[in-house]
Ligand binder design. Sequence first.
Ligand SMILES: Cc1cc2nc3c(=O)[nH]c(=O)nc-3n(C[C@H](O)[C@H](O)[C@H](O)COP(=O)(O)OP(=O)(O)OC[C@H]3O[C@@H](n4cnc5c(N)ncnc54)[C@H](O)[C@@H]3O)c2cc1C
Length: 398
Amino acid sequence: MATFHLPNLRIAPAPANVPVWNDAPWTPLPPLADSVKADVCVVGLGGSGLSAVGELLGLGVSVVGIDAGSVAGGAAGRNGGFLLAGTYHFYHDAVSRLGRERAWELYRLTMDEVDRIAAESPEAVRRTGSLRVADDDEERLDCARQLAAMRAHGLPAEAYSGPEGDGLLIPTDCAFQPLRRCRTLARRAADAGARLYEHTPALRIAGNEVRTPGGRIRCGAVLVAVDGGLEQVLPELCGRVRTARLQMLATAPTGEVCVPRPVYARWGFEYWQQLEDGRIALGGFRDGGGAGEWTVESTPGGPVQQRLEAFLRGRIGVQAPITHRWAAPVGYTPDGMPVLEEVRPRVWAAGGYSGTGNVMGALCGRAMAQWAVRGRSELADVIHGHGAESSETAASVP
Ligand SMILES: Cc1cc2nc3c(=O)[nH]c(=O)nc-3n(C[C@H](O)[C@H](O)[C@H](O)COP(=O)(O)OP(=O)(O)OC[C@H]3O[C@@H](n4cnc5c(N)ncnc54)[C@H](O)[C@@H]3O)c2cc1C
């Protein structure tokens, strides 16, 4: 594989912090301007919160959803656009940490969720597969270990060697347009009766009431679906979730390379894909920014953008102009497994996906919804590896 160097690059200008995914108009939703009642209030309208909203509607309960900013204005609409099965850990590492049965069950569950997401929003999903490529011999060996473990457990994976490098190809993974998907889900939920509000931050959260600047939401349960900054919304999660900034850039359409499927390299730190119009969207180098990247701040810049640009020019071999640079916060947990629990009576939280929340977040959002309404959730049981029960059995308006 080609090595790349970090020259003294001047960072080329690009529109301020706009993700490449923001390619279509969006009619803003109003802020909440009055007090309302609902069976369940969902705080956070990213992919996880919107999956929760959809599940709640399917369960026949009334929903109010609020977001401090706009629909998918956080990581959910500003990410790499990879829909990967599995957890934060590569499959063989997941087996070592979680045991064979739980790792396999989680992998199958996330594969099914990728299929569900593709069926639910086909206009936003491409069935491309994904590539993990190695940067050195040690990682090549690790790819071989991952491949062997997946094959031994009957999971789809193939050895790969090609222009992107050597590694393994997962044929069932997908690429998607994350912002388009979230907006589709929001429109659909609103059409189905969910009351959704933008620019409505939750100021105080209790199981029967959420306070916002414009009014109170009286409810029977609250689902907090916030990834980056979760520990600020629910301070009891400090120490269990730590927020980091992830950064990306994108180029003008280019025919310099042909990247048919999303690629991740260097243990998953760098990731890129080519969009249908030929643009390259590239992220990574969180570790290249030092301690300053552990922040809820979401402005792109600094050494991370420099390294991304050097990688684009050197390693990927693309000289096309950079048209977008953006960043967003995500939550990390010490063991790489998400938070999914009832943190206060009738207040559930999901987040801390450690940079891999597109699929796991959708699952956790749906699991919270089931848990809050039915009193338990089989999805949550699989994610936790044990039974999960609520403090009460069903959501009800007080
Ligand atoms: C650059 C980047 C690349 C990534 N690439 C990938 C990838 O390719 N594949 C993958 O699986 N994952 C990836 N991730 C991670 C993934 O994007 C996230 O884990 C996932 O989108 C989280 O979605 P969410 O809905 O749980 O949370 P968020 O997107 O964090 O949404 C939470 C929402 O809650 C709102 N909110 C916050 N506080 C409040 C409050 N007090 N009141 C009301 N609303 C509030 C926010 O405004 C936000 O809209 C990436 C992340 C980034 C930043």
